[in-house]
Design a protein. Structure first.
Length: 386
């Protein structure tokens, strides 16, 4: 048996296949070509026919089918559902097709396909060098979809991004402090936190972590990461937030601080620092009348002097050490009469010290107060013994 195909209602036929001529029901598979003949003719259309003949007697033994339609096929391969993309950034649109489709239109919807608007582009399905690069619309959504359809047969040759669609989000990148090596910060200082925004984010939240971003339990990704709040909500477009480091307690004091910034309404959009920086508490002397030291005033042996201080960024129970040097601070023996107090609660705020008679008289005496366990947190001031 000979099997013929026609794309013009039977006016012309072309032999496409030979098959068994045995008696009874027979079938065979035929891979429909995109084009046929020379010059190439499109098989897509509604006036197609198949004719079967006896290979030995085609004139007398033949059967012709009714007209039928051959349609092309198209399939979107990117973007697919369940992904997300950043607003205002490029996204590749790719497709597979079968048949000579000619031009296709590309549409975008932000509402799951309820509305499509005008076509973003019209391209030749086969001649266009994929991908088609689309600048992602700056329209936040969780139900974005792309539709591609054959211009000449929109109702039947069409493909839409499957549910649930794709998301379009804004993006935020922490610029500072991120990978930079910062000088030691102190409570009460103002740290400028800076970021770059892409797409649309209304408000950001900024957090800090005292454990290199791993939370107190040391496991990154747990709920205790970045438990400290810099600001709960701040306009994202600003690009900068002046953080006054809290000094009422030690909530921000650590040698391993990192900052994280995130979309206030979408915790998956975030960025954080990659290098630790230090935040230290502070101590300052209070002086006046017989309280000291102000600096440069004489202290008399065997007379009591009240040493007063203001601690900031100290936690409950943390202590300070008070000592003095008689050589301008070149050396700090830290023992005997040179150790005024080895450890007193920072919250005590003062200590009365009768200058021992056995001290070496000097005009280069310096008093130092420091945090017990962290001598980098200290204050010193010079006075004169007589």
């Amino acid at each position: 048996m000979n099997i013929y195909y026609s794309d013009n209602g039977g006016t012309q036929y072309v032999l496409v296949k030979t098959a068994s001529g045995e008696n009874g029901p027979q079938s065979t598979d035929w891979q429909i070509p995109a084009t046929w003949g020379a010059p190439a003719r499109n098989t897509i259309g509604a006036d197609n026919k198949i004719k079967i003949t006896d290979a030995l007697d085609e004139i007398n033994v033949s059967k012709e089918s009714a007209q039928f339609e051959i349609r092309g096929q198209i399939k979107l391969t990117e973007p697919l559902g369940g992904t997300y993309h950043i607003g205002s950034t490029p996204i590749d649109i790719t497709w597979e097709y079968a048949g000579n489709l000619g031009n296709i239109d590309i549409f975008f919807s932000s509402d799951g396909g309820t509305g499509w608007g005008a076509a973003l582009a019209t391209v030749d399905s086969s001649a266009y060098a994929q991908p088609y690069v689309l600048a992602v619309p700056d329209v936040p959504t969780t139900a974005g979809k792309i539709k591609i359809e054959q211009v000449s047969n929109r109702a039947n040759v069409v493909f839409v991004t499957p549910d649930p669609g794709f998301a379009i989000k804004g993006n935020v990148v922490l610029d500072y402090p991120k990978a930079q090596v910062l000088p030691v910060q102190k409570v009460g200082d103002t740290l400028s936190i800076q970021w770059t925004l892409t797409g649309t984010i209304a408000n950001v939240a900024i957090d800090y972590d005292k454990y290199s971003g791993n939370g107190i339990n040391g496991n990154p990704g747990d709920a205790d990461d970045y438990a400290g709040v810099v600001v709960a909500s701040y306009a994202a477009a600003g690009g900068n937030y002046p953080w006054v480091i809290p000094d009422a307690d030690n909530s921000a004091v650590s040698d391993n601080v990192r900052i994280r910034i995130r979309d206030k309404n979408d915790a998956t959009v975030k960025d954080s620092g990659t290098v630790d920086f230090k935040i230290k508490p502070t101590i300052s002397f209070i002086g006046g009348n017989n309280d000291a030291p102000l600096g440069g005033e004489p202290w008399i042996v065997n007379q009591p002097h009240t040493i007063k201080w203001t601690p900031k960024g100290f936690g409950a129970g943390e202590q300070v050490k008070i000592e003095y040097s008689d050589d301008g601070g070149s050396t700090w023996p830290g023992t005997g009469n040179y150790l005024i107090n080895a450890g007193i609660a920072a919250a005590a705020l003062q200590y009365s010290w009768p200058v021992p008679e056995a001290v070496t008289l000097s005009s280069k005496c310096v008093v130092r107060i420091s945090k017990v366990g962290d001598s980098r947190c200290q204050e010193r001031i010079q006075l004169v013994y007589a």
